[in-house]
Design a protein around this ligand. Structure first.
Ligand code: ZN
Length: 161
């Protein structure tokens, strides 16, 4: 999890080339990026759009930055959802194992469905809580951008429209 400093930044990646290496059934994709560190300053409160420029091609992009307090609020909300999902999944396991609930029983089906729904909700919210840093890369044109990626994220993220 990234610390929420006022002075922060991202690493912008410009996709230079994509190569495919294929042997019969095996295929590997190799991507080469040119990286540009982009420092930025979070707003004191709320959110702000910051214009940034790609160091490789000079294209203008937008970085939507949330304040540290606002990002902390979003993180807290996501953590609550993740913990609630875990608690519901754990309660479904306890209810399913302590009280004998056969699957033919409607209550047994309900407990199984609740368990199967709560677990992915907890996982998705937990992952988003862990990687949320209040910085989003957007294409300045509003269209799809397949060239510019955010490379400092846990998983590289393409610039959003
Ligand atoms: Zn570029």
């Amino acid at each position: 999890m990234r610390a929420l400093h006022r002075d922060t930044g991202i690493v912008l990646g410009h996709l230079d080339e994509t190569r495919f290496f294929t042997v019969v059934v095996y295929s590997r994709e190799t991507r080469r990026f040119r990286l540009t560190p982009v420092p930025c300053r979070r707003p004191a409160e709320g959110a702000a759009d910051i214009e940034i420029r790609c160091g490789a091609c000079g294209q203008e992009l937008l970085l939507r930055a949330r304040s540290a307090a606002s990002t902390a609020r979003v993180r807290r909300r996501l953590l609550v959802v993740a913990l609630a999902g875990l608690a519901v999944a754990a309660a479904a396991v306890v209810a399913g194992s302590l009280v004998h609930l056969p699957l033919a029983d409607p209550l047994g089906k309900l407990v199984l469905v609740v368990f199967l729904l709560a677990l992915p909700v907890a996982g998705a919210a937990g992952w988003r809580w862990w990687k949320e840093d209040g910085l989003r890369l957007h294409a300045a044109t509003g269209g799809a951008d397949r060239v510019h990626w955010r490379m400092d994220a846990p998983v590289p993220v393409r610039a959003a429209p």
